[in-house]
Structures are given as structure tokens and as C-alpha cells.
Design a protein around this ligand. Structure first.
Ligand code: ADP
Ligand code: ZN
Length: 721
């Protein structure tokens, strides 16, 4: 081939043709550097018939500059990139970007220099150096990364290098990871578990596309079962990808993985150090990385020899990415398995309705684990009607829940209170003039965080110190907190039980692996009596002495009113209930609600999962919602309100009339201002048979917008704000 078509990484251009110079051998998937004007661009060689572009005359072709020393992106991955771009109406280069680790990783292995404290103890230190010395204990990273950890400038650290306080360390980027061993520690499986494990082992060995829905109650040992599938892949020398919904769950997973296979897996997530990222990416590409555990971004990496994909907690909405390429990693994982001809396991105690439907239709093979491992009983669940069993004024815990907690404290057992709201209170206002604290960048209230004495926006991260007086009327000490957050519940617990040891568990308090490990150790050693947490504590944890779960406000999730609210509430409460009674002692769950009769709550209280799924199925069918109908959203935003509105109106004005397609909007989004951008939305509802993507592509393709307007398409949306 002396001519090559490239998919290039450029926001405006995406397809360009080049000449392949003599002596350079490229093939589809090769990663190359090409000239564009005076600049250089990264590109991937693609099959021209699959990537339409304007044919450039032979004479005008410029030569490629360099072939990068990495294996070509394999064909199944190229097909996955095409499929994802097509299905989610996203630019192909934006999807392909997710396959590329970093420029540095492409350039090759070799070595890099990192720095760490040398151990030298100087007599006098500037305050900045002293702060850096404190912050950098046990750290080793590049100057820039260390500067970030320590919150000082690069210059301060360079000075410390010259003074001998920091020493350079040469790091080999291609040093291999230790090998996992399939037979390191094989557990005795129960009969049900063995049946599941055998199916996974067979499917891995068969190496054909086979999606599984591993539907097992909390504590049934789903992890142990899919570990056997992983073991088989290890024996056959194939790679495994395990997707977890959040990095907070990873610590627990790492420990169990290491116990089973002798070494930790390879991690992939957004906060890896640059050198770790390079090493992980290069070993994934070379095939040396055996098992990769990651957040959704690990899905598009160029595995050399993939043999199995596992999506754990597959119902979790965090698998859906809501900016950039808006894709659902759970669904794309199944597609990747199809292109790779391998099995994929979706594991959950509360599968999404969509997954249940596919299992029912026989597309997924359903494997059930109906009982907890080791004979532990599922907890008993009862509701507390907040209309008749009221908490004290200005409090949130009902007398019955308080009494149950008291009993646990007396027996030396643990309680968990669940409220999915970080901070102290979701709204702060001035008692005197009614002033409400709002985010300047978003249409949202600022949430008070008492531990850190700040008001924070949970959408954009804006923060200010909590003021002493009202910024409007200047009355001192007049601010009142409205509604509860976990910190406020923790205060209430401490007031009720001053001797109780209370831990608040949220993404604010457990924001590093060290803190997660410290929390787990403290809970296991029974140094904690009461855990107050958000959805972060609903999954993965196994504390045998935790025997009471209190759901502080079961109605909160139902109020938002989006069409998945019922399902999400069911999943969250079922998951958190699953934390109770995992050891020998039975567990009890109290659900505080004002609507004990609501279908979701009633199904939870009766432990009747089928009732919930059939009620929800009916509701979805009536609404033409997934999996019975399809949704898509168009989100228009601009920093200029009028510009956003005009663009949204132009889209609305050009709406196609198609049978079986209903288009709602444009209307201001519920979050009409987000990170300083004004937002409008259109919602599209269609029959399943409709080619929704084609309609949207054609519709938007004929319109032009100013550069400052962003028009995003969200296929199968989860978020309606
Ligand atoms: P799930 O993910 O289904 O909620 P887990 O995989 O967390 O359940 O298992 C629950 C607990 O039971 C874990 O502590 C796990 O180590 C233990 N367990 C499950 N199966 C076995 C087994 N076959 N042998 C020993 N321990 C097991
Ligand atoms: Zn904000």
C-alpha cells in the first residue's frame, strides 16, 4: 500500500489521506504521525472502504512522517470503534481516542525519571519546602505530579532536587507485572456456585461470543464464581477485563483478587500516575497484562488477546458516561465481546430491566445464585411510616429506628444508616431575609459541608467558605440548614448516643485508597458502631457484625420523577439492605418512608423482587420506555443564554416528522445552567424498530451552529437533567 487513509485526532478534521514513504510498512490499525500544515498529527491507518473521505489526488499526497513502535490496533477493536461512533452518534476519532493511552506510551518503553524524598534532614526549611516534605512521604512520581500532591510549584521541588532533598529514581517502563496463578488459592464452591463457575470455564475455553447475566442475591459469592472464569483465561494465557462501576470498590476487589490469584491485577483508571499509565497501557498492548481492572475507560484499550470480560455491579448507572462520547460501558462491553468472539459476564444482585429482558428473550444466558453463601439468611425488611412514626422536630430518625440502633449498640453490633446525600444540608438560607445560597455557575443550591466549613456545588465543584453573616442583609449568625445530608444524620446519632463511634462514608471522606482501607480495617475490627453513608457504602462491603440497616429517606430518589427513578430506588435499597446480616447473625432493615404503599417500597418490604420487576415492566411498556421503546436526547448548550436558546429553537424548527417518533422540546433543561453553560434539551421517544440514529444524524447534519454552541446527542440516556 503506498497510499493510506487515516483517522486523525483533530477536532475539525477526522479523515485524511497520505502517501506511505518507501521503507515504511503500515497496515490497518497502525498508529502513525502525519503532517498537517506546519504541525504534526496522530492518526490511525484505517480501511478506506470503511472510512469515507474526499479522495485526494495522488500528486497532492504528503508522506507520513513516522510509524510508531506499537502493534496495530486489532481489527475487532476497530470494528468496536466504528460501532460505538455509529450507535452513539459520536465522532469516530473521539471514540478512538479512548484506545490510546498517552503520547508517551506510544513512543515506546525505556525508562523515565521519578523523584522521592532522599531522607536528608536539613536544619532549616522554608515553609513551602517543609510543607512539601510532609506531603511527599512515601510518594514517588514525576516533578509535576509531586507538585500537584504537595500543592507547591514545580520550582519549589526543583530547588529541593538541587538541595538533595529529593532524589531521582530511574523507572523501567516496561518492567513486567508479576504473574497471576490460576491455582493459587482455589476456594470450595457451593453447588450453585460450582454450576455457575463450570459454565464460565466452558465458555472461556470455547472462545465464542456468549453473554451471561449472573443474577445472584447479595452475598451469594458472584465474585468467586466469575473468578473461576478468570482462572480458565489465565490457564489459556488470555487476557481478562473486569469493569467496576467505581474506583471506591476497587480496594476490596484487589484484596480478594490477590487472595485468589496471588498477585494484584493491573489497574486502569483516570488518576493513575503518568508512568503507571504508560506501563499499564504498554503491557495491555503487548499482552503481558493478564487481568485488567478498571473503570469504564478500560473498555476501549487495545488488548492483544482478550478472553473474557466481566462487568460487575452491571446495573450501576455510573457505567453510563454523560459527557464527551455518551456511551454505556455495560452495553458496549457486550458488543466488544461479540467482536472479539468471547464470553462476557454481567454480574448483579439487581439487574437492570433491560438486562432482565434480554435474558428472558434468550439473548443472555441467565445464571442464578438464589441463596447467600454459607447459609447466611437474607435480612428481614420492614417499613417505618414517617407519617405516623415521626422523628423528633428537626430530626430525621424515627423512634423505632433509634430503638433498634440502641439494641445494636448494647449487643456490640454495627448499624448502617443510608442517605444518598453528601454534606450537612442540601440548602442553606438566611433566617432573616430568606437569601438562598446558589452556585454562580449552575442552577443548583450550594450544599453545606460542616466538616470542612464550606458551601459546595455538587455539579461543578465551586466552593466558598461558609460565611459568618448573610451576604445579602448582613445579619450575623442567621444561616439555617434545610434538609438532611449524611453529616447532619451523623450529628443526630452523636447527640442520641454520645458514646457511639460514628463514621461518615462518602466520596468526600473516602477519597483515596488509604482512607478506604483504613475505613474497612476499622469496621472489621469493630472500631466503628454506626456507619452513615451515601451509595458508596451500598456495594461490595462485607462486615459480618453489621446487623441493622436504616434507610433514612426512601422517598428521596422517587421524587426526581425521571422514568428510571423507581428502578434506581429499588436497586439502591436492595443493595444497601444486602449489607445486613452477612455473617452468622441475622440482619434487619428498616425503610423510612412516607409512601409505604408505593410499588417499589412495597416490593422491597415483601422481599418480592418479581413483583417489582413486573410492575416496572408494565410501567415501562405503557410509557414506551426502554426496553420497549427507545429514547434519545439532544442537549444544546452555550455560555450565552440567547445563543443556546436560538440553537435549540433552530433544532426544534427543523424537526423531522417521522411515524412512531415523538419529539418533545426544546425546553430549558432542569439543570438549565451547568458549569457556566446555559442548557436546553429535546427528548425523542421512538418505537424500537425505528432507526433513530439515522434520523438524528440527518436532522442535525443539515444545521450549522456557531463554534461556541455545543450540540450533544445522548442515545439511551440515563440522565434527564
Ligand atoms: P456478592 O458479590 O454476590 O454479594 P461476594 O462475592 O461478596 O457476594 O461473597 C460474599 C462473601 O462470601 C464474601 O466474603 C466471600 O469471600 C464469601 N464467599 C463466597 N463464596 C465463597 C466460597 N465458595 N468460599 C469461601 N468464601 C466464599
Ligand atoms: Zn456549580
Amino acid at each position: 500500500m503506498n497510499r493510506a487513509r487515516l483517522l486523525v485526532f483533530n477536532p475539525v478534521l477526522s479523515v485524511l489521506d497520505y502517501r506511505v514513504p518507501d521503507g515504511m510498512a503500515v497496515e490497518p490499525g497502525s498508529v502513525v504521525i502525519a503532517p498537517l500544515g506546519p504541525r504534526q498529527l496522530l492518526g490511525i491507518v484505517w480501511e478506506p472502504e470503511r472510512l469515507p473521505g474526499d479522495a485526494v489526488p495522488e500528486a497532492k499526497l504528503r508522506p507520513l512522517l513516522e510509524l510508531l513502535p506499537v502493534p496495530p490496533l486489532p481489527a475487532p477493536l476497530r470494528r468496536l470503534i466504528e460501532w460505538t461512533a455509529d450507535y452513539y452518534v459520536a465522532p469516530m476519532n473521539a471514540v478512538a481516542r479512548m484506545a490510546i493511552g498517552s503520547m508517551a506510551a506510544l513512543r515506546g518503553g525505556g525508562t523515565t525519571t521519578e523523584y522521592r524524598l532522599s531522607g536528608l534532614e536539613p536544619k532549616r526549611l522554608t515553609p513551602q519546602r517543609a510543607a512539601a516534605m510532609d506531603a511527599l512521604h512515601g510518594e514517588q512520581a514525576s516533578i509535576r505530579e509531586l507538585a500537584e500532591y504537595a500543592s507547591v510549584s514545580d520550582g519549589v521541588l526543583r530547588g529541593m532536587v538541587s538541595a538533595g532533598l529529593l532524589e531521582p529514581v530511574t523507572v523501567d517502563l516496561d518492567r513486567p507485572y508479576p504473574r497471576a496463578r490460576a491455582e493459587h488459592h482455589q476456594p470450595e464452591l457451593s453447588e450453585d456456585q460450582q454450576r455457575a463457575a463450570t459454565r464460565f470455564v466452558e465458555a472461556v475455553a470455547a472462545r465464542t461470543f456468549q453473554p451471561f447475566l449472573l443474577d445472584g442475591v447479595t452475598g451469594s459469592g458472584k465474585t468467586e464464581c466469575y473468578f473461576e472464569g478468570i482462572a480458565e483465561a489465565l490457564r489459556l494465557d488470555r487476557q481478562v477485563l473486569v469493569l467496576l462501576p467505581e474506583i471506591a470498590l476497587t480496594e476490596n476487589f484487589l484484596r480478594r483478587f490477590e487472595a485468589r490469584f496471588g498477585v494484584p491485577p493491573v489497574l486502569w483508571h483516570s488518576s493513575l500516575k503518568a508512568s503507571e499509565r504508560r506501563r499499564a497501557w504498554r503491557s495491555i498492548v503487548s499482552g503481558q497484562a493478564q487481568v485488567v481492572v478498571g473503570a469504564r475507560s478500560a473498555l476501549f484499550l487495545p488488548y492483544r488477546n482478550l478472553g473474557l470480560i466481566v462487568v460487575d455491579e452491571a446495573h450501576e448507572i455510573s457505567f453510563k458516561q454523560d459527557d464527551g462520547v455518551r456511551y454505556n460501558a455495560r452495553d458496549v462491553a457486550v458488543i466488544r465481546a461479540k467482536f472479539e468472539s468471547i464470553p462476557v459476564i454481567l454480574a448483579s444482585a439487581t439487574p437492570a430491566l433491560e438486562s432482565m429482558q434480554l435474558a428472558e428473550a434468550g439473548v443472555y444466558e441467565k445464571i442464578e445464585l438464589p441463596a447467600r453463601f454459607g447459609g447466611a439468611e437474607l435480612p428481614s425488611i420492614t417499613t417505618v411510616d414517617l407519617r405516623t412514626e415521626q422523628p423528633a422536630r428537626g430530626k430525621w430518625l424515627s423512634p423505632r429506628l433509634v430503638a433498634e440502633m440502641q439494641e445494636r449498640l448494647e449487643r456490640g453490633e454495627q448499624s448502617l444508616l443510608f442517605l444518598n446525600r453528601r454534606g450537612y444540608a442540601p440548602l442553606t438560607l438566611c433566617r432573616h431575609c430568606g437569601y438562598r445560597f446558589q452556585c454562580p455557575n449552575c442552577s443548583a443550591w450550594l450544599v453545606e459541608h460542616r466538616f470542612t466549613r464550606r458551601l459546595a456545588c455538587h455539579h461543578c465543584g465551586h466552593q466558598t467558605a461558609t460565611p459568618e453573616e448573610c451576604p445579602e442583609c448582613h445579619t450575623p449568625d442567621c444561616l439555617v440548614a434545610c434538609g438532611p445530608g449524611v453529616e447532619r444524620i451523623a450529628d443526630e446519632v452523636t447527640e442520641l448516643f454520645p458514646e457511639a463511634r460514628v463514621a461518615v462514608v462518602t466520596s468526600d471522606t473516602l477519597n483515596s485508597p488509604e482512607k478506604i482501607n483504613a475505613f474497612v480495617a476499622a469496621a472489621e475490627e469493630k472500631l466503628i458502631d454506626v456507619i452513615v453513608g451515601t451509595q458508596l457504602v451500598t456495594k461490595g462491603y462485607h462486615f459480618p457484625d453489621l446487623t441493622l440497616v436504616g434507610v433514612v429517606d426512601a422517598d428521596m430518589g422517587l421524587e426526581g420523577g425521571d422514568l428510571r427513578a423507581g428502578e434506581r430506588t429499588y436497586q439502591q435499597i436492595a443493595q444497601v439492605a444486602g449489607r445486613a446480616g452477612r455473617g452468622e447473625k441475622p440482619g434487619e432493615v428498616l425503610i423510612q418512608t412516607r409512601h409505604p404503599e408505593a410499588a417499589v417500597i412495597a416490593a422491597l418490604a415483601k422481599g418480592d423482587r418479581d413483583a417489582f420487576y413486573s410492575a416496572e415492566t408494565e410501567a415501562r411498556r405503557d410509557a414506551g420506555a426502554p426496553p420497549f421503546g427507545r429514547w434519545a436526547a439532544i442537549i444544546v448548550s452555550s455560555e450565552d443564554e440567547a445563543e443556546a436558546r436560538d440553537a435549540a429553537r433552530a433544532i426544534g424548527g427543523a424537526r423531522p416528522t417521522v411515524q412512531d417518533v415523538l419529539i418533545l422540546g426544546p425546553a430549558p433543561a432542569p439543570l438549565s445552567l451547568l458549569r457556566g453553560r446555559y442548557r436546553y434539551r429535546l427528548l425523542i421517544n421512538a418505537r424500537r424498530s425505528v432507526q433513530l440514529q439515522d434520523i438524528i444524524r440527518e436532522w442535525l447534519g443539515q444545521l450549522n451552529f456557531p463554534q461556541s454552541v455545543r450540540v450533544g446527542v445522548d442515545i439511551d440516556p440515563y440522565s434527564f437533567v
